[in-house]
Design a protein around this ligand. Structure first.
Ligand code: FAD
Length: 481
């Protein structure tokens, strides 16, 4: 009996050793004797997961290190997409399957360009795909932007979505009018969160501090301001209809914007214009000039530019100027400042004029921060690619990011065999340990995830997000770091 056990143990030890040997030679043990190419994906948002899925599916040998600066995955799906867009967040189910693939390792809490340099990263892999999104914010750069209760959309969205950085911005919703600068989808998200009845938000993953604040809100009027005309609105029809169709919302958009030029433009037959034309036709159904004193009002004010935010410490109004079309056609009008100045009383202002890109390393990324990668590939001595918002800039929706993954992913698959730097590299965990960088694995995330779902279910919510790094570390490592 003893003999049998020791033989079994020996056999099992031999198998383990053989496996370890194969893993060190080839992470996809058993499928091939050539070393697996290791691809580092920087960022775990939709682009990161889209690329990972594409590579794992189209190459049975490749191994992936997914490196994320936050302890937890999913990028803007967790910290951007609104709590009332749970259908959009369902993409996470697919990402989970990708992350559970044996050939993918997740390293959360590691910031490339900060805690880990590009040079260090190159030592650990054969190719890099940057998928780090757009992390900055654009500013209006007008007087008064520093007043209290003036926020940019990243702050406001981060506040209700549990971003640690914006946990304490504490917007005051005691006045009745909010102004939002910008007419894209993010502006509409902010407007919706201010106008939607909280009863429809309280079962979502909105943070409790935001829910409590919105429950006490007095905001009745939300005014969106756009610099140009209806054909230049960056939002989609779906997002617009979501807000206009909320019960008890009265929409106001002046019919002065629907000029003869705009009407003519609606009849131009061109596929690329269809989306915009549909949006404007939808908008026209609501064009009127009257505000309803009895219900909540959602107004869109176009051809308008804010020039100063006023108030004594806290915002009390915003001064705007009209714009007029000087030349160009209805689709590409050139606008110049008009001479009508107006003061709009308001108690909160949110700027939603786009996220900005950040250069992670001086050797990659052009002046506006985007990585100039043609078909996803950067002109660089090491195989470097880029995908998603860090390449395209912060525009469009998840479906577009996914399309970008197909382009960049296809290029990587074509190139893989020719990577001259192929071969066994230094394991990433070794470098992280040597540099004393504590990192979160996928298992840690699953523990945090389970914790969030469990504390959410106690108060009837999908999840209650853990907000601080310390709380996440205490769940993951049990040391409350
Ligand atoms: P991100 O989602 O931003 O992912 C980038 C990831 O990289 C992040 O996890 C980030 O932490 C990480 N990272 C950044 N820097 C580093 C670094 N130095 N090292 C390591 N990791 C790093 N689309 C829809 O279809 N429907 C919606 O309802 C919708 N709502 C939105 C709401 C908001 C407020 C915003 C801003 C966007 C919304 N979008 C929506 C668009 C959608 O979120 C984007 O298309 C998509 O997230 C872009 O994916 P990405 O992976 O390029 O960037």
């Amino acid at each position: 009996m003893l003999h049998t056990v020791s033989r079994n143990v020996r056999a099992s030890l031999q198998a383990t050793c053989l496996n370890l040997y194969r893993q060190s030679r080839n992470y996809n043990a058993g499928l091939s004797e050539t070393p697996s190419p290791v691809v580092s994906i920087v960022g775990s948002g939709p682009a990161g997961f889209g690329i990972a899925q594409f590579l794992l599916k189209n190459n049975t040998n490749v191994r992936i290190n997914m490196i994320e600066k936050r302890p937890v995955p999913y990028g803007l799906v967790r910290y951007g997409v609104s709590p009332d867009h749970q259908d959009v967040k369902n993409c996470i189910n697919g990402y989970e399957k990708v992350a559970e693939n044996q050939r993918l390792s997740f390293y959360g809490g590691v910031e490339v360009g900060n805690t880990l340099s590009l040079d260090d990263l190159m030592l650990t892999c054969n190719g890099i795909v940057f998928c780090h999104g757009a992390q900055e914010v654009n500013r209006l750069n007008i007087p008064g932007e520093e007043l209290s209760n003036v926020f940019n959309a990243k702050e406001f969205v981060g506040w209700f979505n549990g971003d640690e950085e914006y946990r304490h911005i504490n917007p005051e919703l005691d006045g009745d009018t909010a102004v939002i600068v910008g007419v894209g989808n993010v502006a509409l998200d902010c407007a919706r969160m201010l106008l939607k009845p909280t009863r429809v938000l309280k079962e979502t993953d909105i943070t409790q501090h935001a829910l409590k604040c919105l429950e006490k809100s007095n905001i009745k009027n939300v005014i969106l301001i756009g610099r140009r005309g209806p054909l230049q609105m960056a939002c989609t029809r779906r997002e617009l209809s979501e807000i206009m169709e909320i019960d008890d919302i009265h929409t106001t958009i002046s019919n002065e914007y629907i000029t003869d030029n705009v009407k003519d433009a609606l009849n131009v037959k061109k596929l690329s214009l269809r989306k915009t034309q549909r949006l404007v036709k939808y908008l026209m159904k609501y064009s009127n000039n009257d505000v309803d004193a009895t219900s909540c009002n959602f107004s869109i004010k176009l051809m308008t530019t804010p020039i100063e935010i006023c108030g004594d410490k806290k915002i009390s109004n915003v001064v705007v100027r009209n714009n007029i079309v000087s030349s160009g056609d209805a689709f590409n009008p050139k606008i110049i400042p008009g001479d009508v100045i107006e003061k709009i009383p308001c108690s909160i202002l949110i700027t939603a004029i786009g996220y900005g890109n950040k250069v992670l390393d001086g050797r990659i990324g052009n002046s506006n921060g985007c990585i100039n990668a043609i078909e996803g590939r950067l002109d660089f001595p090491f195989p470097i690619y880029a995908c998603g918002w860090c390449r395209t800039g912060p525009k469009c929706v998840l479906a577009d990011t996914l399309n970008d993954c197909l382009v960049t992913g296809g290029r990587i698959i074509e190139d893989l065999e020719s990577w001259s730097d192929a071969g066994v590299k230094q394991p990433l965990p070794e470098i992280l340990r040597r540099k004393n960088i504590e990192y979160f694995t996928w298992k840690h995330w699953k523990e945090i995830d389970a914790h969030e779902i469990s504390s959410g279910s106690k108060i009837g919510k999908i999840r209650e997000k853990i907000i601080t790094y310390e709380d996440m570390a205490s769940i993951a490592f049990g040391n409350g770091k």
